[in-house]
Design a protein around this ligand. Structure first.
Ligand SMILES: [Ca+2]
Length: 158
């Protein structure tokens, strides 16, 4: 009887370790992409752990414009999170995407409901909403950027 219980416990431990390993993902975040889809669906309150490495340039060819995942020591109003360093690694959870069609012109406009949050080089963040997790750069003018961050994303456990 005692041996049987121990075997059950070992099986639970092994399956727990396998599940934990499955929930770690490495995502490459290019400096010149507005947002990168992690492919991960999250729920509100779920803790996610991020560890980022690498270097991007906020202006290709300008050696003064390089920064790591903590960003460049500069803040402007023209960035997704104005109170955080320019170029820092940030995240968003996309809650809903609505396509609105203009009856007159026939043009489609995409409206997105999303929650933004700061990540930087390393942090643990409780997801602000249920939805799809994206990673990005805290800058709006991304077309002239270069380089990439490599981000390890892990689902935090209770
Ligand atoms: Ca730029």
């Amino acid at each position: 009887m005692k041996g049987g219980r121990r075997l059950t416990l070992i099986c639970l431990l092994i399956s727990g370790l396998l599940a934990a390993a499955d929930e770690i993902r490495t995502v490459v975040v290019p400096g010149n992409a507005a947002w990168t889809d992690t492919g991960i669906e999250v729920i509100q309150g779920q803790a996610m752990e991020f560890a980022a490495q690498g270097k991007i340039s906020l202006q290709k060819g300008n050696p003064q414009a390089d920064c790591g995942p903590d960003g460049y020591d500069l803040r402007t109003l023209q960035q997704p999170l104005p109170d955080r360093n320019l170029g820092a690694l940030i995240g968003k959870v996309v809650i809903a995407v609505t396509v609105i069609k203009d009856e007159k012109t026939g043009q489609e406009k995409i409206e997105e409901a999303a929650e933004f949050f700061y990540i930087g080089a390393g942090s643990r963040v409780e997801m602000p909403a249920k939805g799809r997790l994206f990673l990005g750069i805290n800058e709006l003018v991304i077309g002239d950027n270069a380089g990439e961050f490599t981000v390890t994303v892990a689902t935090g456990r209770e």
